[in-house]
Structure formats: structure tokens, C-alpha cells
Design a protein around this ligand. Structure first.
Ligand code: 5GP
Ligand code: MG
Length: 233
């Protein structure tokens, strides 16, 4: 029957497309795995946030914009026209970095470093740092930025690493400071917003590599996690 054969043909085409795509994916993921970059889990590679999760908005787009404006003003007051090297801790500070640098007028160099302590979830784990995209910061004025100051271990550890590279100075700026969670004595030099002890996503912050693209900051409740656990593709 024509209908069955058309249907069968579509299935074959879809299967062929999928096969081609997985050959392509295998070719791309090989070298990355060889360089021991942690690959995403199966579910986080393909999943979307469950539709039934409605995030409580903690900071909206306009509040965030005003906060980044304030930080840019503070940095202009501190550095005036002097060149600044911004070291951004990936991946969480990506959105803040993009918004902040477009508000700065001094010469700006951008250096990236990757530090991760949340192993794909909400629990803090061992800190791993990759610095293969670091610029030379010797005798440079450096601003280290991160998405959130929680226990403070990441910022303290990375600041220490940077100081070993003989910069002229190192200051730190975070987008969010989670109140009451710090286990270190150091504090960030600049904080855009103080927030309560909640797990937040959006504006660069993720859960299982999702939500980074939200233009606002929202709270992900413990009860929402089960909905994530049910996603399997
Ligand atoms: P710390 O070393 O200060 O405990 O943690 C810093 C890192 O933990 C941040 O850069 C961020 O990646 C992650 N983190 C801490 N709290 C949160 C949170 O509420 N939401 C998300 N998405 N990440 C968090
Ligand atoms: Mg981080």
C-alpha cells in the first residue's frame, strides 16, 4: 500500500540520518575525550528542562542589567583608563563576562580558565581547574570574575593560582554572593547581588548544563530534581 511504503521510506530516511549524525558525533567526541575533558552525561547532552518546572524568579533581566551597570561604574572608578585583564571562570561567568566587557572603556584583555566543583548537579565536589586558555598575566592588573561565591573555595583557589603568575594586582568580582555559605575568610572585592542560600540557575548558572541561557536568575527547588531524574532519551 502506498501509505505504508511512504511511511516505511520515511522511517528508513530517519534511521539513515540518525546513523550519519552518530558517526559525525563519534568523530567529534574522540579527540575531546582523549584530552580528558569530562563529557556530558547522556541525559544532559540531549535533555531539555522539564516543562512542568516553573522557576521562581529571583532577579529579572532589568535588575541584572542595572547590577552589571553598577559593577562597570565601580571598575571604571578603580581602573580608569588603565589596561585590565579579565580572567573569567568558565562556564558560569560567560554571560556576565559578555555583558560586563561591553560596558567597559579601558583596554580589556580576556582570559579564560575552567574550574568546576559541581559534578553535574547540586552537590559540591572536588575542584578541577583547566588553564590552557590563560593569557600571560605577568605585571598585569587582573580582575578575576565568577558567577557565584558559595563556599568561596573556587575563588580563593583560583586567586592563589593567579598570584603565582606574578600579576601587578588581582581583584575579584562575582555576580552573586550566596549569604551564609562561605567557609573561607577572603571575600570578593566586588559583588553584584547578594542572594539567600538557594540553588539558582540562569544568566550563565546551570543545573546539569541546562538553564545557562535564561536571561533571569531563578530558583531550582529540591522538588524539581525528581522531574529532571525522569528525563531519559
Ligand atoms: P564555591 O567554590 O564558592 O563553593 O562554588 C563556586 C561554584 O559552585 C560556582 O562557580 C558555581 O559553578 C557553583 N555553584 C555554587 N552555588 C551554585 C548555585 O546556587 N547554582 C549553580 N548553578 N551553581 C552554583
Ligand atoms: Mg563555576
Amino acid at each position: 500500500m502506498p501509505t505504508t511504503s511512504t511511511f516505511g521510506c520515511c522511517i528508513t530516511l530517519i534511521k539513515l540520518e540518525c546513523a550519519a549524525r552518530s558517526i559525525e558525533c563519534a568523530a567529534h567526541s574522540g579527540p575531546l575525550r582523549d584530552r580528558s575533558i569530562k563529557s556530558a552525561t547522556k541525559s544532559s547532552e540531549f535533555a531539555s528542562p522539564p516543562k512542568e518546572i516553573t522557576l521562581k524568579i529571583l532577579l529579572n533581566e532589568s535588575q541584572i542589567g542595572q547590577g552589571i551597570d553598577r559593577l562597570a561604574m565601580q571598575l571604571k572608578a578603580e581602573y580608569a583608563d588603565r589596561p585590565l585583564t579579565i580572567v573569567a571562570i568558565m562556564t558560569g561567568s560567560l554571560v556576565m563576562l559578555a555583558d560586563l566587557i561591553r560596558r567597559l572603556e579601558m583596554p580589556v584583555r580576556i582570559s579564560l580558565i575552567q574550574a568546576s566543583s559541581y559534578r553535574g548537579g547540586m552537590k559540591s565536589g572536588e575542584l578541577t581547574v583547566q588553564d590552557h586558555m590563560m593569557l600571560d598575566i605577568c605585571n598585569r592588573e587582573v580582575l578575576l570574575i565568577d558567577d557565584i561565591f558559595d563556599t568561596g573555595r573556587t575563588l580563593v583557589h583560583v586567586t592563589q593560582l593567579l598570584k603565582e603568575l606574578s600579576p601587578a594586582s588581582v581583584k575579584t568580582a562575582v555576580f552573586l554572593n550566596k549569604l551564609g555559605q562561605s567557609v573561607v575568610s577572603a571575600k570578593p572585592d566586588y559583588v553584584v547581588f547578594e542572594i539567600p542560600n538557594e540553588f539558582v540557575v540562569g544568566y550563565g548558572l546551570d543545573y546539569l548544563d541546562l538553564y545557562r541561557n535564561l536571561p533571569f536568575v531563578g530558583v531550582l527547588e529540591e522538588s524539581d530534581l525528581q522531574k529532571h531524574a525522569n528525563i531519559e532519551h
